[in-house]
Structure formats: C-alpha cells, structure tokens
Design a protein around this ligand. Structure first.
Ligand code: ATP
Length: 359
C-alpha cells in the first residue's frame, strides 16, 4: 500500500529552483533512500514532507490525506538529523521518553515503551547513563530510540550517520536497517553516499538538481542506471555516445556495440555505459563471436588490485575506458595493443545524452 504520495512538488529559494515537480510514491513499511550530491534538494524535500517547509506548488498526501493544513507536530512523523543532538542534561531514559512525555502519555505506558526501546536498540541497563558518557554509536542508538519511541507512522532520517567514522557507520547502518525492519516503520533516509543507500534501502531515489533521475531497487540501479548522470554519480565513467542501428546494435565512434534487450527504438541517439566489470581480454585461442563486442586499444595502465586488475585502455578515438579484469586473465603491459570482449549485458543503453556530469 502506498503510504506517502508526493505530487509535483516544487520549491524555489531566492529565485533558484531547488525542487522541480518532484512526484514520488513511498510504500508502507519500506525504507526509501534519497540519494544525490550536495545541494540537489534532498533535505528540502524531507523538510516539505515533515511540514517544516511549504512547497511553492504540489501536494504531500499521507494516507490519502492532503497534509497542507496539518502542522508538523500533528503529523506523527519521527525525525533524526545529522547532529541528532541529544539533550545533554537528560540521561538516556530522559532522552528516549521525551516525545512520549510531550504527548502526555500515561506514566506506566511511558515506562514500558522506554524499556521496549532500550531493548530494541540493545542498550538495556543504560537507562540512567548520562548521554555525555556514551560512545558515538551508543548516542546514535539513543537518538534512534528517541525517534521511534512515540511510534511514528513515518521516520525521516537526514544523514543520521554523517558525523560518525566510516567503520562505525557501516556497522550502525546494518543495525539500523534491522531495527527499522523489526519495527516495520516506513522510512525515508537521506544520504549522498551510495554505499549507505545500497546497504539500507529497499528503494533508492537518485536526485540531481531538484529532479528525480531514477527510482529503483539498489540492485537494478547498479545494473541499469537509467541516465548518464546517474551512471556518473554511481562512479561509472565509461560513457559512449551513439545511435541505435538495429534492435541489437549501437553504432559508436568505438565501432559497433552489441546490446542485450533494451526497448529503445531504432534510430535514436543514446548514451551507452560500458560496465567496468563486463570485459575480458581476448586470447589468441578465442573463436570469433558474432554476438559480442570487441574493443581494441592500447593499455595505459594495468594495476593489480588483488581480486582483479584495474586496466585503463586508450581506444582509437583517444577515449580512455577503465575496466576491472578478473585476475584469472593474463595481465597486460602498458603500451600493449589488446582486444577486450564485452558481453551484451556489459553495455547499458541510456536514453539521454548528458554532457554535464554531476558536480
Ligand atoms: P546536502 O546534502 O548538502 O544537505 P541537499 O541535497 O540536502 O544537500 P538542500 O539542503 O535541500 O540540498 O539544499 C538545496 C539548495 O537549496 C542548496 O543550494 C541550498 O543552499 C538551498 N537552500 C536550502 N534551504 C534554503 C533556505 N532556507 N534559504 C535559501 N536557500 C536554501
């Protein structure tokens, strides 16, 4: 069931458009990640959902109700931001029960809920601890417990792990996903870090310059970036322009690329992403294979990276493509002319012709 529906939300700050007709459905119980570079409008979108910012146009529907006239504190949404400032003068219990006390819940219910929350985040026995005595990870768990205690119908998390170091972030991310899934609460998580988004989300929404570029599962997003800007944001740089010649081929300056199913009409100008993990070096013993693409070029670099070789190939057009070649393949030396074989799945067709990358 769709719990939250955003329809054509737009927002301008000081005549600069920050959100441009954003529409999105969020399914009940799912964790959705807003992913995009700094300044693309993620926080503004979250603040509009929370009611802290008013859109210029568009509507937020929650449970089919237009939220325009519902004040932020009456929405029953839980929020946690990067600084997630705990109340320093309150102990762990005081922090966790704060929202419940504001709601004037019965004392017995508050006590029971606090106990439940402490156990949920693995902090039994910490109730009386001063928050200044906690580690960064423990503090973050208290903040999550505080957010979840009033039983919100929607949780909004804005870079909640941003202030922590990388190793701790990775561990807490998995814990956080576990906790959110155990509770079953619908969550929107904002991040500019794709590994964070992939680890925690059921659905990832990639934003760029106030627009939604792609909404997909982490797996599909990684396998099939829909636009060149998404591909670049995900760290894929092997982009080639061309035209769909026939259903299974695309003509480019590098030659003909053989494609898997793509659904793009013949004659259309497109961009293709050549996946860095989709190539192998052609051996002398390899039989010609009509269904596959051959790309030739001069090796610029071939670095051993443990599981694979990172190979940079300078093609005849001067474009340098980078590949991760299995370490079972024979390594190539700089200056050597080689041919790479690409399977059709290694070439992803995208229907835009973006020039400007993400900034
Ligand atoms: P970050 O990851 O850096 O937080 P973001 O994707 O969350 O970025 P927003 O915080 O939504 O982006 O900001 C989008 C743009 O809107 C930025 O250029 C920001 O400077 C601008 N902006 C946000 N809030 C305001 C405001 N209240 N007044 C003026 N400009 C604002």
């Amino acid at each position: 069931m769709t719990l939250l529906r955003l329809r054509t939300l737009s927002k301008t700050f000081e005549r600069e458009p920050v959100l441009d007709a954003v529409s999105l459905d969020v399914e009940e119980g799912s964790i959705l990640c807003l992913l995009g570079p700094s300044g693309c409008g993620k926080t503004t979108l979250l603040r509009i959902i929370a009611g802290l910012e008013i859109p210029d146009t568009g509507t937020v529907y929650f449970d089919d109700r237009d939220m325009a006239t519902v004040a932020p504190h009456l929405r029953n949404f839980g929020m946690m931001f990067q600084e997630f400032a705990l109340f320093p003068h309150k102990n762990v219990l005081g922090n966790i029960t704060f929202g419940l006390k504001m709601q004037k819940r019965p004392r017995r219910e508050i006590r029971a809920r606090a106990k439940e929350m402490l156990s949920l985040v693995g902090l039994e026995g910490y109730a009386r601890r001063n928050v200044s005595e906690l580690s960064g990870g423990e503090r973050q768990r208290v903040a999550l417990a505080r957010t979840l205690a009033p039983n919100p119908r929607l949780v909004l998390l804005d870079e909640p792990l941003g202030a922590l170091d990388k190793a701790l972030r990775e561990r807490l991310l998995l814990e956080m996903r576990d906790i959110l899934k155990k509770v079953g609460v619908t969550t929107i998580f904002v991040t500019h870090d794709q590994t964070e988004a992939f680890a925690i989300a059921d659905t990832v929404v990639v934003m760029d310059r106030g627009r939604i570029e792609q909404t997909d599962t982490p797996e599909n997003l990684y396998a099939h970036p829909a636009t060149a800007s998404v591909a670049l944001f995900l760290g894929f740089h092997n982009l080639v322009r061309g035209r769909i010649e026939a259903a299974g081929t695309m003509s480019t300056d590098l030659g003909i690329l053989r494609l898997a199913e793509h659904g793009v009409p013949t004659g259309r100008d497109v961009m293709a992403l050549i996946r860095p993990d989709g190539a192998r070096i052609r051996e002398a013993s390899d039989q010609p294979d009509e269904g596959k693409t051959i790309i030739s070029g001069v090796v610029k670099n071939c670095l051993f990276k443990g599981r694979n070789y990172h190979l940079e190939l300078q093609t005849g057009t001067g474009q340098v493509l980078a590949f991760d070649i299995s370490n079972e393949s024979r390594p190539a030396d700089p200056g050597q002319l080689i041919e790479l074989i690409l399977s059709p799945e290694a070439v992803v067709v995208m229907t835009d012709s973006l020039v400007e990358p993400f900034t």
